[in-house]
Design a protein around this ligand. Structure first.
Ligand SMILES: Nc1nc2c(ncn2[C@@H]2O[C@H](COP(=O)(O)OP(=O)(O)OP(=O)(O)O)[C@@H](O)[C@H]2O)c(=O)[nH]1
Length: 325
């Protein structure tokens, strides 16, 4: 069977649904045994809903509707149980709050859990002492604050990790992973809509870069790479994206017609040639340029740009070469 990779959202919804159904099952059996039909019906409905949501996410990989339904189920199973069985079921409030923060964005979870706590508070108000009321609100508030802080922190760290995983740490431009994903989506778009505006690739290789490392040191080489990336990035429009392909090679993905991309390549070559780097270092680049051809893969497209770049090297460097069709 083919292994299906699941997003973290799918995993969270599926595990909470499965855990919910499995944890409630023993209670359902006890309720049926005790002929406690109202709560048995509530437990049965919860198991049916959570199992259904598990199957829905498993089969469709969609989570938006499932997350909302699961949150509403969490809220109502907690308040329903307390309403039917009385104050000794109060403990179900805390897992319900934590669950909401796992499933929904922190601000929405905060609103829904405040609603749930208020609802349960109203149901319990006249059944428990004033001190127990205060205890309930305080313990719910503490659970709420910890869950909010944890969920908010997780969200922030997730966003930071996402940025880091697509960024080259030395130059700050997109890394190879970012480039590959962008290339794949560009190829998909070009295949689906051949009439869509053209896309071209520039493969930019720094000439005789090894000499800089050998003569001036690796740290100086690093600075030159970062400066080169900044110089190129400065020349790009919003339709053109720079990535570090690896080592001293960069790629520009340009969603322009060929003429514009040829101008861009010449502009990059001249700008770097004219620039005075630190310690009086002078640098040139060789550029291979390839326009996307219908139905080729991203690998083939990049391969043609690479061949053109090597032709530029072979022809004496500091040149732009257009790939053969
Ligand atoms: N400082 C520094 N050097 C790097 C980095 N990545 C790759 N290099 C160096 O880049 C150099 C690339 O050398 P080569 O592939 O032989 O090419 P070249 O000297 O540029 O010569 P041509 O490409 O033929 O013009 C190697 O010396 C690598 O060590 C890096 O992140 N920092």
């Amino acid at each position: 069977m083919k292994y299906q990779k699941r997003s973290s959202e799918e995993q969270i919804v599926m595990s909470i649904s499965a855990a919910g159904a499995l944890c409630i099952l023993p209670f359902l059996i006890i309720r049926i045994y005790n002929q406690d039909w109202h709560i048995a019906l509530l437990n049965f409905s919860t198991i049916a809903i959570t199992s259904g949501l598990f199957a829905y996410v498993y089969l469709t990989k969609r989570t938006l509707l499932a997350r909302w339904l699961l949150s509403i189920t969490c809220m109502f199973i907690a308040s329903g149980t307390i309403w039917l069985k009385g104050p000794d079921q109060i403990v179900w409030t805390y897992p319900a709050i934590i669950c909401l923060f796992f499933i929904l964005p922190p601000n929405i979870a905060a609103l829904l859990s405040a609603f749930t706590v208020t609802l349960i508070g109203c149901l319990l108000f006249s059944d428990i002492s004033l001190l127990d009321n205060v205890r309930f609100y305080f313990s719910s508030l503490i659970t709420f604050i910890f869950s909010y802080a944890f969920a908010d922190r997780m969200l922030y760290q997730q966003a930071q990790l996402m940025i880091l995983s697509y960024k080259d740490p030395l130059t700050g431009v997109g890394n190879r992973r970012a480039m590959e994903e962008q290339l794949i989506s560009t190829v998909q778009l070009q295949r689906q809509r051949p009439s869509h505006r053209k896309a071209s690739l520039l493969l930019i290789d720094l000439d005789e870069f090894k000499k800089i490392n050998t003569q001036q040191g690796h740290a100086c080489g690093d600075n030159i790479l970062a400066q080169t990336a900044a110089l190129i990035e400065h020349l790009l429009s919003s339709d053109q994206h720079l990535f570090r392909f690896g080592g001293e090679e960069f790629v520009v993905l340009a969603n322009n017609d060929l003429e514009q991309t040829i101008n861009l390549a010449e502009n990059i070559r001249e700008t770097i040639n004219d620039f005075q780097f630190e310690k009086g270092i002078h640098l040139t680049v060789s550029i291979g340029l390839a326009e996307y051809q219908f139905d080729e893969t991203s690998f083939e497209w990049l391969g043609r740009a690479d061949t053109a770049m090597h032709q530029a090297k072979a022809a004496g460097r500091d040149l732009c070469c257009l790939a053969a069709s």
